[in-house]
Design a protein around this ligand. Structure first.
Ligand code: B12
Ligand code: SF4
Length: 491
């Protein structure tokens, strides 16, 4: 569902390409999401005799299935092309992915400079670095997998170098819920100083001394100006891990946007309860006046025990108070994230989360509930060790990783021993009803596709049932699961 509502431009590939373009490599971008049933043709048309390397951006979970399919197809039809994986999955699993024979290299961590160096090596440049000198590279040598440590610093990118032109023809196809907007994602900062025990960020930044750094506010606004004037952006979506670590930084950005008279909407994907607690109504008014229409907020749980376990530095009462405060700023939709199935959680904790969801909707008509995510133990995170101690078995093979997915289709209780079938069904029920009880289907402009027209029609019939379920916690006879899966598969 989230992937149907959000289809951002492939920034991972654009960023990864920057230094390669600088050293004269010709880069083409193929976005498989835009041609899910015809990706082979889409790829084939971009491959010619001069194609030497295929780079694939991979997130953990279901995207691995696609990445495997593409890699194996390419090796079969174009055996001379080398394949390199990068992205969030290879950040921590760069070595393991080389267990897959079709993958020649993987790059852990930031990708632009290492990819350019790899290209220069493969191109045979006289002064090209050896594999062992390419930070983050995983490669095979005499039958063994070799790993070069990643560089312990953030990758700061000059916005003028981002090759948006590589996807210019498809700009209208990227968006985020509001289909009419031309959405451009960007960073206002790098890193995150918090230590949420389930999240990969603390592990990723473990060896970076300063955990959070900003892009100067004027540079962020120059970037906004650039994408508005050159590419017709109407909506800026900040993809920072957490945008409000330093509230004054965002204030400086919105002041500058106003000062320059740039007309764009803004969305923030990272906001914490403890940060919003500190925001004044004056600041929130300013944020709304600057065009902010959504903030993604990590509420995560209605159980205090769980909030403490995951280190959210807030109480359940704080979440309720923050939501009441946000209700005074109706221009800004509050989109709450949830995580369930953590080690030690019981069905009671899930019920507390369910009750908090109801409370938030009652207190604030602008609430959007994201589908609760089933906990996925990520190696190197604090909760990973706890999960292993409680009997979690880490997927070893690339193909096993592909099956680790937090969707309604996953039987997560088979891999998370503390999640029994009752809890799993309760979570599945919440994953379904959260799509309806907040009326998001009517609150956000989803466009006029067959899928969303069917969804709107079904939503009218189903919402009262969803409410009955969430109020009582009844998760038996989940007939709607099959229906929703069917609608999700519609193009
Ligand atoms: C936007 C976003 C999304 C969007 C997708 C965007 C899109 N492309 O359409 C949506 C909302 C759909 C999404 C979904 C999910 N996301 Co998300 N998302 C992000 C976010 C905020 C930004 C990603 C981004 O564009 N970054 C900008 C680019 C430039 O950075 P990058 O991808 O890291 O790329 C760099 C390197 O990784 C590398 N690289 C990347 N690709 C490649 C390819 C090659 C060949 C090479 C060499 C290098 C390379 O080079 C790039 C430049 O340095 C990140 C957090 C963040 N701030 O990064 C989380 C993040 C990627 N998401 C994450 C998660 C957990 C999820 C979900 C599982 C959430 C959920 N529980 O539902 C789902 C994934 C569902 C699934 N399995 O498909 C995790 C990733 C964990 C993991 N190991 O995969 C992150 C890191 C957040 C976090 N800290 O937890 N997400
Ligand atoms: S969940 Fe968000 S706030 Fe917490 S550590 Fe991860 S990125 Fe930072």
């Amino acid at each position: 569902m989230s992937a149907s509502l959000v289809n951002h431009m492939p920034l991972s590939l654009l960023y990864a390409a920057i230094d390669s373009l600088d050293v004269g490599v010709s880069v083409r971008v193929v976005d498989g999401r835009l041609a899910p049933r015809r990706w082979q043709q889409a790829l084939e048309t971009q491959i010619d005799s001069q194609t030497h390397l295929l780079g694939i951006s991979v997130m953990s979970g279901a995207p691995i299935t696609n990445a495997l399919e593409v890699s194996r197809w390419c090796k079969k039809h174009h055996p001379h092309i080398k394949i390199v994986w990068g992205g969030p999955h290879t950040m921590f699993h760069g070595r393991e992915v080389l267990n897959e024979p079709s993958v020649d290299f993987s790059i852990s961590g930031y990708g632009s400079l290492p990819l350019a160096r790899l290209c220069r090596n493969l191109r045979g440049d006289a002064d090209a670095p050896e594999f062992k000198d390419i930070p983050g590279l995983n490669y095979r040598h005499q039958g063994a997998v070799m790993t070069v440590p990643v560089e312990n610093r953030f990758e700061f990118i000059d916005y003028k170098k981002i090759p948006y032109d590589l996807i210019r023809a498809n700009l209208d196809r990227y968006g985020q819920m509001e289909n009419a907007e031309r959405v451009f994602s960007m960073y206002s900062s790098m890193g995150c100083p918090y230590q949420c025990s389930f999240c990969s960020a603390p592990a990723q930044y473990k060896d970076i001394r300063k955990k959070f750094e900003i892009y100067p506010f004027s540079e962020v606004v120059d970037h906004i100006d650039h994408v508005v004037s050159r590419y017709g952006a109407t909506y800026i979506y900040f993809i920072d891990d957490d945008s409000f670590v330093r509230i004054s930084h965002i204030e400086a950005i919105i002041d500058e946007i106003q000062r320059r008279g740039i007309r764009v909407k803004l969305g923030f994907r990272g906001a914490r309860i403890n940060e919003i607690k500190k925001m004044s109504d004056t600041f929130l008014n300013k944020l709304a006046d600057a065009g902010t229409d959504i903030m993604h907020i990590g509420a995560e749980s209605g159980s205090q025990k769980t909030l403490d376990l995951i280190k959210k530095n807030c109480t359940v009462a704080d979440i309720i108070d923050v939501n009441l405060k946000m209700a005074r700023h109706p221009e800004i939709k509050c989109a709450y994230n949830w995580i369930v199935g953590l080690p030690g959680e019981t069905i009671e904790d899930i019920h507390e989360t369910r009750k908090l969801m109801i409370r938030l909707i009652h207190d604030n008509p602008n609430v959007i509930l994201f589908t609760p995510n089933m906990f996925r133990p990520l190696p190197h995170t604090e909760l990973y060790e706890m999960a292993v101690a409680r009997g979690y078995h880490k997927p070893d093979l690339v193909s096993e990783w592909a099956n680790v997915e937090n969707s309604v289709e996953a039987k997560r209780y088979e891999t998370l021993p503390w999640v029994d079938e009752t809890m799993h069904r309760q979570v599945e029920m919440l994953q379904i009803v959260t799509n309806f009880i907040d009326n998001k289907i009517f609150k956000i402009d989803l466009g006029n596709t067959l899928k969303f027209n069917i969804l709107r029609f079904l939503a009218r019939l189903y919402t009262p049932i969803a409410w009955a379920r969430v109020r009582t916690g009844y998760s038996g006879l989940l007939f709607e699961k099959t229906l929703l899966q069917w609608v999700s598969r519609l193009g």
